[in-house]
Design a protein around this ligand. Structure first.
Ligand code: DGJ
Length: 758
């Protein structure tokens, strides 16, 4: 990896084995984007990529040079109003009412490693040799505002991380109306825009569209990254698929309001912007103050979507997530939410936990309802002390009982919220976000605490530390169950109200930082009514998140498949729940529920006491299977093979680092009578290695399995009575492939359901 500066042409070339990112200083001092894509050899002069064409009807920067118009130049961090008419990266309102800015290059610095971003989550390095960072410093002479653009290129993978920092070095305060994390101007628009969108219980479904002239954007104005749109975008060439082709992935490391936008201009060039949502952002920058944008990560590959995802997975697993749990497989947990909702006593919980322990579960999680007057969702949020009627020994009491059973104990919090019916609210009614003299809207009967104020965060921190410091709590589920409305803070003056959305998220990050530092061995799982804040910002603090409140296995295929485009399997909380399912009211087989959840941070969300002996036997096998293979499932290389968005079947697989073990998940939603022949062309295997298929006992070389394919046809589907056990809707199986000489001890993980297959 290298960052080269060619003084003669004022050109910067960042490159590694996979990518090149090239830009140059223009004659007006602005920065032009010349190239981002597959690695090209370094040269002194790349200025031909500028393509300055003299076009009619153009407003130009220099009277004598009509072709030099910013409208027609691809730029790094453009401003509006000085001959560029596209959406800008930055907008600054000055004291005299002007919004015109002119950032000109001053100097740059190239350093080994990567500096942290104060108060914000970001990718990091453990060794200075892992990355290099270029900081370009520009200045607007009239206002004295300084702009620093940070670019980090990592040694491995086609990754460039970007952010911007603005400092008011002038003598008047200004107002930032927009400060995006990145602008990427590309020379053509021949891309398919792929977004991950949905809503509660239907998060991160895949949507594709061709780009045409005009603007396309996704974002959130809800105060959290949202169920509706994920801060991720893939721009893929029309011919790109999972196995091959060019794609640029863009991911924003941020948990609040965001915008990702593509603008195709009249000459078919493409501008992509990503950053904090400008509509809900307005930041007063006093003299001497700085504003740091969140980080955006760009990934380029010409090896297809799986390669893009694997690059994100590795980066986010190893150099975004941190701490004790980063590299550790996750405990098999049981969460009591769908088992009891608010209806539990300590004895009932212990009964559930005891059965869980007998089955091999490692962590029992007590969800909502343990605190204050929390008998329903009308009361209690904000009072983080145990309800002694339900838990006579308090949290330390139940935690000790659970530990005595041989399980770890985990606890649910919703730190950012308060119910009107709570002592916390009665003591501090002015600590919620609400506009003076106006009604404060509720969501799930609760208000949002004003996390833009340090004293509010401090008060919640104190309560949480009291619980976590005095009981054996090994895991925290951090929930957030409503969007932000009436975003006004009593703690900030009128001219700083536009900062509250962002300051709120900084408050969330601050509390996460304090708690994860104070309790480094506690495993944090983020949650926001399921997947309402499943974003890279929170992965920095919590290495896993509750993927969705929808636990139905069929629904989960799409949710987990979509999520996998950016996020690693180890980050996706995935549980087996009861049937009929509580969200979709669907009956799926127990093995299919597990076969989907295996590709995640695995657990159960039910009372195992209510299962039959036969089902308990199956659950024990599932847990033994997960423990045996979780290193591969959660930390192996993940490949999508068949999309649930394109047909009746879904398939994905995980391959161990040494390629000696692979697990293939195959799912068929609806049964078909006398169905087609089906094969899966596997990926990531060692072509020369002989693998034993533990379902069939047959052996195949990696090249056979990858090029001829793994046969998944059901030879008797729907045709003979003998097949009825397996020939059903919602059927699935896991193919375990072990390299010859590997450990074949567990030869038939689910004999009752799948032994006949291949
Ligand atoms: C929403 C979460 O997503 C659920 O798993 C559960 O924790 C409930 N909140 C509890 O209120």
């Amino acid at each position: 990896m290298q960052i080269v500066y060619h003084e003669s042409n004022k050109t910067f070339h960042l490159y590694n084995d996979a990518v090149s990112y090239i830009m140059m200083v223009l004659k007006n001092g602005h920065l032009a984007q010349l190239y981002f894509g597959k690695r090209i050899r370094d040269r002194e002069d790349f200025s031909c990529f500028l393509e300055i064409i003299d076009r009619p009807m153009t407003a130009c920067v220099y009277e004598e040079e009509k072709a030099f118009s910013l409208e027609h130049i691809r730029q790094e961090y453009p401003v509006f109003g000085t001959t560029d008419f596209r959406h800008p990266a930055v907008g600054i309102l000055q004291e005299n009412g002007s919004r015109i800015m002119d950032f000109q290059y001053k100097f740059h610095k190239i350093q080994n490693g990567k500096p942290g971003l104060f108060g914000l989550p970001a990718t990091y390095v453990e060794d200075e040799g892992e990355a290099k960072t270029l900081t370009l410093t520009l200045e607007d002479a009239v206002t004295g505002i300084c702009l620093e653009l940070l670019y980090t290129i990592f040694a491995g993978g086609g990754i460039v991380a970007r952010s911007a920092r603005l400092t008011n070095g002038g003598s008047c305060p200004v107002r930032l109306e927009r400060a995006m994390s990145l602008c990427l101007d590309l020379p053509d628009h021949d891309y398919v825009w792929m977004q991950l969108s949905g809503c509660w219980a239907r998060e991160r479904h895949v949507y594709n569209r061709r780009l045409e002239p005009g603007v396309v954007s996704i974002g959130s104005m809800r105060g959290h990254s949202s169920h509706e749109h994920n801060p991720f975008l893939a721009l893929k060439r029309p011919c790109t698929d999972e196995r091959q082709g060019e794609v640029i992935g863009i991911s924003l490391i941020y948990s609040g309001n965001f915008q990702i936008q593509a603008e195709v201009d009249a000459h078919d060039t493409l501008r992509v912007l990503a950053g904090i949502d400008p509509e809900t952002f307005s930041w007063k920058l006093d003299c001497g103050e700085s504003f740091q944008t969140p980080e955006a990560v760009l990934v380029y590959t010409d090896q297809g979507l799986n390669a893009m995802s694997q690059t994100f997975h590795r980066l986010y697993q190893k150099r975004l997530a941190r701490g004790y749990w980063r590299d550790r497989t996750r405990p098999v947990l049981l969460n009591n939410w769908e088992a009891t909702y608010f209806d539990f006593t300590e004895e009932r919980l212990v009964e559930i936990a005891r059965k869980a322990m007998e089955c091999g579960v490692e962590l029992f999680v007590l969800d909502d309802g343990w605190f204050g007057k929390r008998d329903s969702d009308y009361a209690g949020l904000g009072d983080w002390t145990a309800n002694r009627e339900r838990l006579p020994g308090g949290i330390s009491g139940i935690a000790s009982r659970i530990e005595e059973l041989g399980l770890k104990f985990g606890l649910w919090f919703e730190p950012e919220m308060v119910n009107e019916d709570s002592d916390f609210y009665r003591s501090h009614p002015d600590w919620i976000l609400s506009a003076p003299g106006r009604r404060a809207s509720r969501g799930r009967h609760q208000y949002v605490l004003d996390f833009s104020r340090k004293e509010v965060v401090d008060a919640i921190y104190a309560q949480m530390v009291e619980i976590l410091g005095n009981a054996k709590v090994s895991y925290v589920k951090w929930d957030m169950n409503r969007s932000i409305t009436e975003c006004f803070s009593n703690g900030w003056p009128a001219d700083r109200q536009g900062e509250v959305f962002h300051r709120y998220i900084l408050g969330v990050y601050d509390l996460y930082e304090r708690l994860t530092s104070e309790f480094p061995q506690v495993l944090f799982e983020s949650c926001a009514s399921g997947g309402g804040r499943f974003d890279p910002g929170l992965l920095y603090y919590a290495p896993q998140g509750w993927t969705s409140d929808d636990t139905d296995a069929v629904e989960r295929l799409k949710i987990q498949y979509g999520t996998s485009f950016c996020y690693p399997v180890s980050s996706m909380g995935a549980h087996v729940s009861v049937v009929p399912n509580h969200q979709a009211f669907r009956n799926t087989p127990l093995h299919t529920r597990a076969n989907v959840a295996f590709f995640g941070a695995f657990g159960y969300e039910l009372d195992l006491n209510k299962l039959t002996d036969e089902e308990i036997r199956e659950v024990k096998e599932q847990i033994a299977f997960m423990k045996k293979y979780r290193e591969v499932l959660q930390f192996g290389t993940f490949y999508r093979l068949k999309s649930p968005f394109e047909g009746n079947e879904t398939a994905w697989m995980a391959v161990s680092g040494d390629r000696k073990t692979a697990l293939v998940g195959f799912y068929r939603v609806l049964n078909s009578v006398n169905g087609p022949y089906t094969r899966l062309r596997l990926m990531g295997l060692d072509p020369d290695c002989l693998y034993r298929n533990l379902l069939s006992g047959t052996c195949h070389y990696g090249d056979e399995l990858m090029y001829a394919g793994l046969i998944t046809s059901d030879d008797t589907a729907g045709q003979t009575p003998a097949d009825t056990l397996h020939s059903t809707d919602f059927e699935s199986r896991i193919y375990v492939l072990e390299a010859e000489g590997g450990d074949w001890g567990l030869s038939d993980p689910f004999p009752s359901k799948s032994s006949r297959v291949n």
